[in-house]
Design a binder for this molecule. Structure first.
Ligand code: G3P
Ligand code: CA
Length: 236
């Protein structure tokens, strides 16, 4: 059976990357995994958000990394989605880990742009060091350097490779990184590549599959592909 992965929590039903969207996904037994995105605040707290900047999903302005965690708490991350979620705060990864508590697998994407977070690997390893469900956390990034750093700091942390655009030499690259999974855009999925990766014990996940026909096509290629979607209900 294909694993169903709620993208940014159950983001079609509650504001993305909030405790509400994560809890909705957690409560639905047909959802297998939850995907979220992370950033670092000015005081090095790991927080959950897709964007580097605040404008789209909150009433704040500017970059997350220009605010301390306490300063970020003044902003509302729910009202943009609907009134029902007024007052939703930016979650810390620590809070999310505690809420999930090993009940589902959590996929954590370290965001990448032209400026990365020099302290991210260290902060993440600190958070996961004593987490009792470390085996149910998967860390991925388009920034393969941070993934490498994490593996060097703690080789018990599951890491995987995000691929931008057309996949090329995937098995070689993921092996070199000591990764256990790859995640790519569903548009580039290829039956032979999936077969090769699965045969070599590399998990495959595709993003972001929001149309029923596309979900069907992925299922038809292989029942071993994880489907990352904003609409898990279309994949049940
Ligand atoms: O893992 C990548 C997937 O989540 C799609 O990218 O931009 O939604 O984080 P994005
Ligand atoms: Ca993501």
């Amino acid at each position: 059976m294909n694993k169903i992965i709620a993208h940014r929590g159950w983001s079609s039903r509650a504001p993305e990357n909030t405790i509400s969207s994560i809890k909705l996904a957690l409560e639905e037994e047909r959802i297998d995994m939850i995907e979220i995105d992370i950033h670092l605040t000015k005081d090095d707290v790991v927080v959950v958000s897709h964007d580097f900047v605040l404008g789209r999903t909150s009433n704040g302005k500017g970059r997350i990394s220009d605010y301390t965690y306490e300063e970020l708490m003044q902003f509302d991350f729910g009202a943009w989605f609907s009134e029902k979620y007024n007052g939703e705060k930016i979650p810390t990864l620590e809070k999310v880990l505690n809420i999930i508590d090993g009940k589902k697998t959590l996929i954590v994407e370290i965001k990448k742009d032209n400026r990365n977070y020099p302290n991210m690997a260290e902060q993440l390893c600190k958070l996961l060091k004593d987490y009792k469900h470390k085996d149910k956390v998967l860390i991925k990034s388009f920034n393969h350097e941070v993934i490498k750093d994490i593996h060097h700091m703690d080789d018990e942390i599951n890491i995987g490779m995000l691929i931008d655009g057309m996949p090329n030499l995937v098995l070689e690259k993921v092996r070199k990184l000591n990764g256990s999974f790859v995640s790519m855009s569903f548009e580039y999925i290829d039956r032979e590549l999936v077969k090769q990766l699965i045969k070599n014990n590399i998990q495959v996940m595709v993003w972001t599959v929001n149309e029923k026909e596309d979900i069907h096509r992925i299922k038809e290629i292989s029942d071993r592909i994880g489907i990352i979607t904003n609409y898990p209900e279309k994949a049940f």
